[in-house]
Design a binder for this molecule. Structure first.
Ligand SMILES: Cc1ncc(C[n+]2csc(CCOP(=O)(O)OP(=O)(O)O)c2C)c(N)n1
Length: 658
């Protein structure tokens, strides 16, 4: 292996050596502990250390790095105390996740390291968001993100590179091409000679670097990072390397030809560099020995600390409390001026006022800038706030939701407009796995609101009509708002944006231009988790939300003899069960009207909770009224029959007569 030390000082050359040795020796120790059954799983980066060490040393300490499962050397090079890493791997409190996530699945703002989620790809988009945050805050910084060659087959890779290129984001995309993705060899993973060649298709610069040569990695990365700080743009780097051990220790390497192992064994990044330093007279055998003893002592002392630490105990209150970032709701009362406006106007005006209030708020979505969004909610925003903060995105929901997470990791706030709520399925993974779980896992907020134009009765068929709130109410860590009126929509949107937690904000398209109300002209907020009682009655409780509220109101207006409490939930997570219980205690009967198809919807859970907790007050079975168990159809007659609005009165009367 050829080393070119250029003008690097002895101190730097030795630091690189030490940075290589520490993770190698930690790993060797972990392999022993694994065999002794003292740790449960290990993903080895042996043989790949030069990449992590070179990249981390090329970046400044305040620049973010997003490593993967083989990048222990990123963590050690950034100087994380070893006992904290050991505690993390043992699921203990002094780790980074309070025992809630394993191995390298954590981030730490203290060390500017943002760890992976198991799904591999999303962090590439998160890196985009972090880099965008740097650009918007005029910081001259780069972000480095890692992926294996296997991970490059995920759509997230394509989306992240494309966005970074279109937006000229200073991201260094590092592919560690180590020959195998679990057991899959590269020839079954992709069909081009070099992954670096893909950069051309994204309009991006790329480099192929010998990932086992520490000086090549460090020198090239340092130069690239310096260039990107001055002239922001993404760069794709393919590091050629090899995975010397199994995917994880238990799985072995039987499928790897021995010749390959032998060939790459000769290219070991540490022993080769060590020989070079010895030859140059920078290292001596004594110095190596002294360094090894120093590292060994450090490992043993820190391991002792971690082993002495007690096991985590489950405190249910604490577990529940950490699912969400704490948020103090602040009421802000508007002046007396009101305007008679539609739901769509209330959302637009509310969003605009939040953009004025939060200078770090960025709106992202397809066609939201010049065009104003397909529903015109952001019309005029670009002129008011500029194209940097009102950003048209390529069509890549997963990449943009991930980027929103990255923006927020870097101190910003984001509102993402789904063009239609249906399309969130293309961004489902980062919503339910990244945004929802980050606070519980490692105390990182996900200050993102996803606006969801949703709902049927608009003759738009299976992919432009769904009301998919139940996909999200199922997932701890998300908040879900579903206003039915302009006043609620404006106030709840302001709160959603203030709240540092991820909020899915449902906006019913059929209500956008049909529902008017007097709405305060000024900025104001409304609390989550407080239902509204729209009608007062004694015989039955009706619970609904979104368009269902208007169907119920219409039914009651045509049937004045029915005396019902009508409860509009307004938010589904948190859910105001107290209001439902109070009403049911009075009326003894409960019917829940939901636009979504029945099974697994919010109505089922409300029904179950009322049966469990208020059975003694019930004078009849709780009734759920919902759409048919089919996808939502297009033709008017089919859609009319699919939706529950025409079945509601029958069900209501049945229950009243029970
Ligand atoms: C979305 C998803 N699919 C499958 C897996 C299971 N899995 C974990 S790592 C891995 C191989 C990754 O290969 P590569 O990206 O090349 O990284 P390497 O492990 O070789 O460093 C697989 C299939 C996963 N974690 N996430």
């Amino acid at each position: 292996m050829q080393y070119d030390k250029r003008d690097l000082s002895e101190a730097v050359l030795l630091k690189l050596y030490k940075d290589l040795q520490r993770p190698r020796m930690i790993e060797e120790k972990m392999l022993i502990l694994l065999r002794q059954g003292k740790i449960s799983k290990w993903f080895s980066g042996i043989g790949q250390e030069a990449i992590s060490v070179g990249v981390t040393n090329a970046l400044n300490e305040e620049e973010y790095i997003l490593p993967m499962h083989r990048n222990l050397a990123v963590f050690t090079t950034r100087g994380i105390p070893l006992h904290r890493l050991f505690s993390q791997w043992q699921g203990k409190m002094n780790g980074f996740t309070k025992g809630r996530d394993r191995s390298f699945h954590f981030g730490t703002q203290d060390y500017k390291i943002i760890g992976m989620i198991s799904h591999l790809g999303p962090q590439l988009g998160v890196a985009d968001g972090i880099a965008l945050g740097d650009v918007l805050q005029n910081k001259k910084a780069v972000t480095a993100v890692f992926t294996g060659e296997g991970g490059t087959s995920e759509g997230d890779f394509h989306e992240a590179l494309n966005v970074a290129s279109v937006w000229s984001l200073p991201v260094i995309f590092c592919i560690e091409n180590n020959g195998y993705g679990l057991s899959t060899p590269t020839k079954e993973q992709y069909n081009c000679e070099n992954l670096a060649d893909r950069a051309l298709g994204y309009g991006m610069e790329s480099h192929i670097i010998d990932g086992n040569n520490i000086l090549e990695v460090y020198n090239k990365l340092k130069k690239i990072a310096e260039e990107l700080r001055e002239k922001p743009r993404p760069v794709l780097i393919e590091f050629k390397t090899f995975r010397m051990r199994g995917h994880e220790e238990a799985s072995g390497t039987k499928y790897v030809p021995e010749e390959l192992m032998a060939e790459w064994g000769k290219k070991d990044p540490i022993s080769n560099y060590e020989r070079f330093l010895l030859k140059e007279g920078i290292l001596t055998d004594e110095k190596i020995e002294a360094l090894r003893v120093e590292i060994e002592n450090e490992i043993n002392e820190n391991l002792k600390l971690a082993f002495e630490e007690e096991e985590v105990q489950s405190e249910p209150d604490q577990e529940l409390q950490d699912v969400y970032a704490s948020f103090e709701y602040e009421e802000s009362n508007p002046g007396s001026v009101v305007e008679h406006i539609r739901l769509v106007d209330a959302i637009s005006k509310g969003l605009k006022q939040s953009m004025e209030k939060h200078s770090n708020l960025v709106i992202m979505g397809q066609d939201v800038a010049d065009y104003g969004g397909v529903f015109k909610i952001t019309e005029g925003f670009m002129d008011a706030f500029g194209k940097e903060r009102v950003r048209n995105t390529p069509i890549c929901e997963s990449g943009i939701v991930s980027a929103a997470m990255g923006l927020c990791i870097n101190g910003m706030k984001a509102v993402v407009e789904m063009q239609f709520a249906d399309f969130v399925s293309s961004g489902f993974n980062p919503v339910v796995n990244y945004l929802a779980k980050s606070h519980y896992r490692w105390n990182e907020k996900a200050d993102v609101v996803i606006r969801m134009p949703c709902g049927g009765d608009v003759g738009a068929g299976p992919f432009h009509s769904q009301t998919n709130e139940a996909w999200f109410t199922k997932t701890p860590g998300l908040k879900v708002a579903y206003p039915a009126f302009p006043y609620d929509a404006k106030g709840l949107l302001a709160t959603a944006i203030n709240d540092p937690n991820p909020v899915l904000f449902f906006e019913h398209k059929a209500l956008y231009r049909s529902i008017y109300q007097n709405v305060p002209a000024d900025y104001y907020t409304l609390p989550f988790g407080k239902a509204a009682k729209l009608k007062e009655g004694n015989d039955i409780t009706i619970v609904s939300y979104g368009a269902g509220v208007h169907w119920a109101l219409g039914t009651l207006e045509k049937n004045l003899d029915i005396s019902a409490d009508l409860i509009d939930l307004r938010t589904l997570a948190p859910l105001d069960m107290a209001s439902i219980y109070t009403s049911v205690e009075k009326t003894g009967k409960l019917i829940i009207l939901q636009e979504d198809s029945m099974f697994g919807g919010i109505a089922s859970d409300i029904s179950a909770m009322v049966m469990e907790n208020k059975f003694q007050y019930l004078d009849g079975p709780v009734k759920r009224v919902a759409s048919m168990e089919t996808p939502i159809p297009f033709a008017k007659k089919l859609e009319d029959n699919y939706l529950p609005k025409n079945r509601f009165l029958i069900a209501l009367k049945e229950l009243l007569e029970y």
